[in-house]
Design a protein. Sequence first.
Length: 279
Amino acid sequence: MPPEFCLFMLVFIGGFTAWIMYVQRQFSAAQAFRNQLLVDNPLYVTSGFDCRWSITTLNDSARRRRRAMLVVAGNGIRLYANRHDASDVITISAESIRWFGRPVKYHDGRNKLWLHVESGGEWQLVRLSLWRGAMADTVRALKQIVPPELVTAYRRHRPYIHFGPVKAQPAEQDIHGAWSLEEPIWLYIMPLYVVLLRKDRVLRLLPLERINQIAALRRLDEPEADGLVSLTIEGERLAFAVKDYEQAATAISEAAKRSLEQPLARKQKKKDDEEDEWE
């Protein structure tokens, strides 16, 4: 056997052995960290650092996607990015969650979960990615810590409505039919609310289930100006000048209609199945 081949095999075996030892150390460290987290008896902890996450603050910034160990406890969700430092954690309190849903039904491979979070006056979109079994366990635990109305919303028909944020100017009409516009704000439509923001700060939440009389209007006083989105919420009439006013009005109408729908019927599944499916 040529000496060059023997040297190659020694290097290969040594490298492979070192890689195996590295993986074992990483696994042991992750398991030890997980055991620390289990002391507090959370509802669910992922088996490793397989959760991929990203957080986008509307009109501000997006955090780069990272891996983490995900914990669902009675008071919320925690994402630990460092197995050696429990203080390196992203915390999402249960009371700050405004909506959660899976963009598509369960499938093999990685599944996605979106959460809308209102925290510190900001509106954040949290995107989680987990393997199917871990995602089912995460959703099952999450249902235990959010209000029942969010579980109902989770079970509604997909695709979920998201639109914006788009620039909008609050508008008022005088007795002569002319419209006056205020300083621009931002309008964002998601499955349960129309969110009004000034830059990255939440000004007001308009619950879709309380919105009616939605209309897209052209301005008769200035036909070339942006059109208007008009709506009524609990007797209060609101209007906003929006560039894509027809699309915005359609999105609000569709989201408002879906916010009143009954959840889809549960599919019959065996008791040992991972998680109830909602088509």
